[in-house]
Design a protein around this ligand. Sequence first.
Ligand code: NAD
Length: 234
Amino acid sequence: MSKKSLLVFTGAGISAESGISTFRDSNGLWRNYRFEEVASPAAWHSNPELVMEFYNMRRKQLFEVEPNPGHRALVKLEEKFDVQIVTQNVDDLHERAGSTRVLHLHGELKKARSTRFPNLVYELKHWELKIGDTCEKGAQLRPHIVWFGEEVPEFPKAVAMVQEADIMLIIGTSLNVYPAAGLLNYFRPNLPKYLIDPKAENVGHISGLTVIRKTAGEGAPELVAKLLEERSGY
Ligand code: NAD
């Protein structure tokens, strides 16, 4: 029997229990900044040092944290499902937990790319990226992040993945940041969909959505166990 295709769509909330603050909760790293000052093309043009510093701090933190039970539970799903993760997160905690197929909609903190040759993308082995660090053709490197106001190049790929899915799990996203939040609209009607978020708000209008008001670390292992159990009868 072929495996069902399961799409997991994650946001900052799944990494909260690893110690990375979410955007909406506005604590930790985001508290001292307005996003326009640090996460937009205009910010990069007017104050690249500040933008670098902001992402350096986030990258430094990422080297210090670990995946949590929410990330790890999703790895187990691969035993019985064709799992594709689409994440808004720029951390690499899904990969470090062991998930094999992860699409990053908003870029990756541990990568840098050339400001003049966008196809030149580099893995960063260390947290610090500096003004003066260049690609092999001599152009300044920038964080490999999709900033507010920039196009989301992976969005069409994500839409196709959602359209093919049989089951959708949404974890730890306020569904406020577009176009990512619109992905749910591409999921075929009348198929099972779940949302895990302790403070899920404004989702009453989404028909057929099972809302689990728990943290990812608690809710994901429970839901994963239930889904695996349901499949074990086949
Ligand atoms: P968001 O901050 O807008 O919303 C986070 C959601 O997670 C909220 O609904 C909150 O109730 C929920 N949440 C909080 N703790 C949780 C937990 N323990 N378990 C489950 N859910 C929990 O985040 P978003 O919707 O992802 O959008 C914010 C944008 O900021 C994204 O574009 C993302 O790229 C970026 N961002 C990324 C990271 C990261 O990479 N880890 C962190 C912060 C922000």
